[in-house]
Design a protein around this ligand. Structure first.
Ligand SMILES: Cc1cc2nc3c(=O)[nH]c(=O)nc-3n(C[C@H](O)[C@H](O)[C@H](O)COP(=O)(O)OP(=O)(O)OC[C@H]3O[C@@H](n4cnc5c(N)ncnc54)[C@H](O)[C@@H]3O)c2cc1C
Length: 432
């Protein structure tokens, strides 16, 4: 079961080791009334809660475990413009709608900066993100994509030509790249806990250790846990891949369109400021352009935080630290003297086309899922758009809700083998 597999991935996280959590919020007991009930205290749910509260709604957030327990508290910390795949949008939308969809992701980056400033969230934000190509062919594709984005959306990125690459990154692995000064990176668990604190201060009620097991739909939905229930006017489902792990009566129609894919991260011991400064210019976040990508960045306390690999079987890879350390040393062999004390991971909610999957069930239940591994920034806007929609301004929510999705072939039982075959194809392409 997903949650049992997940338990192994949560125990050795650098993020959990580097925060002091506040005392847990109480579990939901008895009956509570709220205008809106949000299921899930990750970035999507907390963002929705903050935005709704700012519009005057009373909000209850119900979390099965603790704030930021899911992907939001465990991710690579890379806040990047755009979508996991722009293809879903560009093949389905007219150019003007594509531009509006792109602008939502630019606003997502501004929203992070604004929230950090408004709520004084200390989360180690560093601007700057590099996309790196591992060979000449991928370098040409990246340069073309960068030029296209500039032309179509007016979004400025700096091309890093092959002869300059070594002045940007101390690695032989990369051919060329592109630098984006607006994207960046942060400590995601500190950020998520900061949003929760801001939400509480604004009057949002957060209930932890309260799995939602059933939702009785209707004009006044009833969101039920084992010991309590919230009666509300609207529900926002922001449960990532876990939503139906606690009860099939929550929203069974949703999990057909997403599939949990494991991805993993290690963090080294601190290497000291001078050494970390010399690895990556401006201490930016970095991703390569492979389909099964490596993503990495220095932390505020001068560790290398290196993510990558994927697991489609949802089983944790054997020798996780060893295999991730090897990937890191392929990029930075000069880090071979560093211990790797932390390794963890989590599941991303990928859709078939990698586009986000937002929408409604009936008129008063909203869902936000399908971030496909690219949700750190976009979850903020997902919450903002759902709040706009509940308040009667549905235009931007409806734009993204128009993205068409297909269920994984074979449904939940067969989707893994089907996906593994598809991924093997893309992994082979990464080698070309
Ligand atoms: C290892 C890893 C690395 C990643 N790296 C990046 C990155 O560098 N950049 C990037 O943009 N994205 C990255 N992502 C993706 C990003 O983290 C997610 O897209 C984003 O955090 C999703 O937020 P969320 O709020 O939808 O889900 P989550 O943070 O998973 O929150 C969902 C919450 O809902 C709760 N919940 C679920 N069901 C129920 C229920 N029935 N009752 C009550 N509560 C429930 C869960 O317990 C959970 O806390 C990464 C993901 C992982 C796992």
């Amino acid at each position: 079961m997903l949650l049992d597999k997940e338990a192994q991935l949560t125990q050795n996280s650098y993020y959990e080791a580097s925060v002091t959590r506040p005392a847990p919020s109480p579990a939901l007991m008895g009956r509570v009334s709220a205008d809106v009930c949000v299921v899930g205290a990750g970035l999507a749910g907390l963002s929705a809660a903050l935005e709704l509260r700012a519009k005057g709604y009373s909000v209850a957030v119900i979390e099965a475990k603790t704030v930021g327990w899911g992907a939001s508290g465990r991710n690579g910390g890379q806040a990047i413009v755009g979508y996991a795949s722009d293809e879903a949008i560009e093949t389905q939308f007219a150019p003007e709608a594509c531009k509006r969809a792109w602008n939502i992701t630019v606003e997502a980056l501004q929203l992070i900066r604004q929230r950090i400033a408004d709520h004084a969230i200390d989360c180690d934000f560093v601007p700057g993100y590099m996309s790196m190509a591992v060979n000449e062919k991928k370098g040409r594709q990246l340069a073309q994509a960068t030029a296209d984005i500039q032309k179509r959306y007016g979004y400025e990125m700096q091309t890093i030509a092959a002869p300059d690459i070594k002045s940007w990154i101390a690695s032989d692995r990369f051919h060329s790249g592109a630098f984006d000064p607006q994207s960046g990176h942060l400590h995601p668990l500190k950020y998520t806990l900061g949003l929760a604190q801001a939400a509480r201060a604004a009057g949002v009620q957060i209930f932890e250790n309260s799995p939602v097991v059933e939702i009785v739909r209707g004009a006044k939905p009833l969101v039920k846990t084992k010991q309590g229930e919230v009666v509300c006017d609207f529900v926002v489902l922001a449960g990532n891949v876990y939503l139906d792990a606690y009860g099939k009566a929550v929203a069974p129609e949703l999990n057909k369109r997403i599939m949990p894919v494991g991805t993993y991260i290690v963090a080294t011991e601190s290497m000291g400021k001078e050494r970390a400064d010399a690895l990556i210019r401006q201490r930016s976040a970095v991703c390569d352009t492979n389909f099964v990508l490596d993503y990495f960045r220095p932390t505020a306390d001068h560790r290398m935080l290196f993510g990558g690999r994927v697991s489609y079987s949802s089983a944790t890879p054997v020798n996780l630290i060893g295999s991730m350390r090897k990937r890191m040393l392929d990029v930075f062999p000069q880090l071979s003297d560093l211990d790797v004390p932390y390794a963890w991971g989590g599941f991303v909610d990928i859709t078939m086309n990698r586009g986000p999957d937002f929408g409604r069930l009936g008129t008063n239940m909203y869902y936000l899922q399908g971030f496909s591994g690219h949700g750190l920034a976009l979850t903020g806007m997902a919450g903002k758009l759902v709040a706009e929609s509940i308040a009667g301004q549905a235009e931007r929510f409806d734009l993204l809700a128009k993205i068409k999705h297909h269920p994984f072939p074979g449904g939940p039982l067969m989707r893994t083998p089907a996906l593994v075959l598809g991924m093997l194809y893309y992994q082979l392409k990464d080698l070309l």
